[in-house]
Design a protein around this ligand. Sequence first.
Ligand SMILES: [Zn+2]
Length: 64
Amino acid sequence: MGDQPDRLSGVLNLKCLFGFHRPVRSKVVRKLMYYTGPCQGCGKPIRRLRRGRWHVYRDNADRD
Ligand SMILES: [Zn+2]
């Protein structure tokens, strides 16, 4: 599948644990109100809230 983060992502994954997600730039998509893309570290879909601040989607809490 290729969705597994590789070993080199360990540092990024550590950041993810603290809530510092960073998107895969080439896969960021612009939506109407925000940007979204997969996280470099954990591979989860994240979405940009404010400048430089990305947040993981939550399946149930993401309906707005
Ligand atoms: Zn992440």
